[in-house]
Ligand binder design. Structure first.
Ligand code: FES
Length: 147
């Protein structure tokens, strides 16, 4: 595992370095830990407040600890019409958490996302980067069992 200090020193001085560094840190830790944001501010010579603003501006960056497996549910119109709400309710029930939360064992996080390019099979979700299409409430337990 790379430490965030190693990651920061690799991206320092590069164009878009701060965003690239945040991506790399999130890839490693699944979110942006507070101490990593503070270290980023120091490394890039910007106020901590600005480093936080960047970290919270982009929806794909998270400052909240997240689980090992990130479940993203498409909430764009085609998926929504095809039954996203039922999928959300089933996932929340199966995992015992609400959207935006992480299971206490740190295994799963539930998040919304916009169209994931799988509109041929609505409703669609992804787990980590793997897409699942034509998801039904009945299929959810089998999908989760893969993890
Ligand atoms: S609208 Fe959901 S995958 Fe495109």
């Amino acid at each position: 595992m790379n430490s965030y200090k190693d990651i920061l020193s690799k991206h320092k001085g590069l164009p878009g370095g701060i965003i690239q560094a945040y991506h790399a840190i999130q890839k490693e830790f699944n979110y942006l830990p507070e101490e990593a944001i503070i270290a980023t501010a120091k490394e890039f010579g910007i106020p901590t407040k600005d480093a936080y603003e960047v970290a919270t501006f982009y929806s794909y960056l998270s400052t909240k600890p997240r689980g090992k497996n990130i479940i993203r549910i498409c909430e764009s119109a085609p998926c929504h019409l095809a039954g996203t709400n039922e999928i959300v309710a089933t996932l929340e029930r199966e995992l015992g958490i609400r959207m935006g939360d992480t299971t206490p064992d740190g295994k799963f996080t539930l998040e919304f996302t916009q169209c994931i390019g799988q509109c041929q099979g609505t409703p669609a979700i992804t787990i980590n980067r793997k897409p699942y299409v034509d998801v039904t409430p009945e299929k959810v337990p089998t999908i989760l069992a893969e993890y």
